[in-house]
Ligand binder design. Sequence first.
Ligand SMILES: [Zn+2]
Length: 200
Amino acid sequence: MCHTFVNDSRLYKALFRIDQEIALEVQSAGCSYCGGVLHRAGYPRKPRGIRSALDASYKTRLSFCCATEGCRRRTTPPSVRFLGRKVYLGIVIILVTATQHGLSDKRRKQLIERLDLYPQTLSRWRKWWREHFPSSRCWQAEQGNYIPPIDTGQLPGALLGRLKGQDLRHRLCLLLRLVAPISSPSWSGFIRVIIDPQKM
Ligand SMILES: [Zn+2]
């Protein structure tokens, strides 16, 4: 069987709470164009992953709309659940593409089988880590924090292995927070939310 935490609804609830905290911070800062009040205007999503572990909160990506007449612009906060527009959850994408420091080879293959992923999907995601992610603003800002530098050809595993968490679940959450700005290209703030391993 897969690592128990992959099926553990508590983990997904904890990720939702982190998304809520990030969203609250973004909302309290107001519209970045006009300073107007932000109203909730979530996007419907149908994420793929371990469906049995996901509650109704996963049907919505938290997002806001400016309340000011004439502006009405959308602000979508970074998310530790959704990785950009990808239909699979961020945690799934990390777990199946991290060939080091993540799940064991056997468990990773079991997860790939269970999710019925096409080899093309996997190679597209690996390519995304190696080619798209290293040139992202998020990684450009982050990469200098690692000495020696992270080998981008070994992402995301190499990065997962450098994060200081108690266990894989904790390190995964830290990595999800690190890559969360990817999911919100128009946003340029700093994510302050603390990842508390006791609540994961
Ligand atoms: Zn506005």
